[in-house]
Design a protein around this ligand. Sequence first.
Ligand code: GLU
Length: 300
Amino acid sequence: MLGSPRRGRFAPSPTGSLHAGSLLAALGSWVQARHAGGAWLVRIEDVDPPREVAGAAQSQLHTLARFGLVHDGEVAYQSMRHGLYQDALQQLLATGQAFECHCSRSTLAANGGIHRACVATRRRPDPAIRLRVPDGCRITFNDGVHGAVAQALDCDVGDFVLRRSDGLWAYQLAVVVDDAAQGITDVVRGADLLDSTPRQIQLQRALGLPTPRYAHLPLLLDAEGRKLSKSEAAFSVNSEHPLATLQLLWRCLGQSPLEGHTTLQGFLRAAGEAFDLRRVPRQALSLSAAAHNTITTVDA
Ligand code: GLU
């Protein structure tokens, strides 16, 4: 599979156990990669130690294995890849596309919150590094689920952070460098990252990297309409009924039921063959109380 021209990936941050939305992204990216005859890679996005939970990466990998979502090649860990991010940053600084920023959060907030020019009155010992977003920069792309998406990057986002003032790499830089370094052609992930995509495309252009295909899957809501996201770490995926859970998530992807499968492997093989990205719904999905109970368990 690793020799295939198509490559998808799943890239969880190790901030807790996998939640239902992450498992949907794992399944969606897996079936899309397999449907394209491609490889599926797993990358642990552990570049933010303060947000990391000890043992979470191992638990996430264990959960993927319980669901039969087997990755190709070695698992990549962003914490081992600092050199790649440093090289990219150096390239952007050397070409004047990135700059040191001494603005504090509060001065920036007092100036509308969006960085277009530095407003700091004094230098700080720990400046951040930002990407300069040119005036009039408008990014458009065609999302596999959402269709045409456009964002005025200068007005809506502004110059964005690549290396934080605490020295940590920003998600945007690390994800762009890694997707390119790992040869990812198909990014399938949750809709919460839809509005990060224009930043990633701008960064790819600044670094001379290719832009993969993007598809953003619907967010899952509980029966009361609350987001089942990683920020609400109270609900983890329940791995006791993996086949029933995958069948439920498959329906959440808008796909016709695949009947008669008694093994995970059989179901996943059929799902990879049958997957149709065009059927994936755009809007967030409310899980019924029963579905919620099947998929999740309350953390102790
Ligand atoms: N690590 C990110 C997260 O867990 C996902 C990154 C991505 O898929 O681009 O939210």
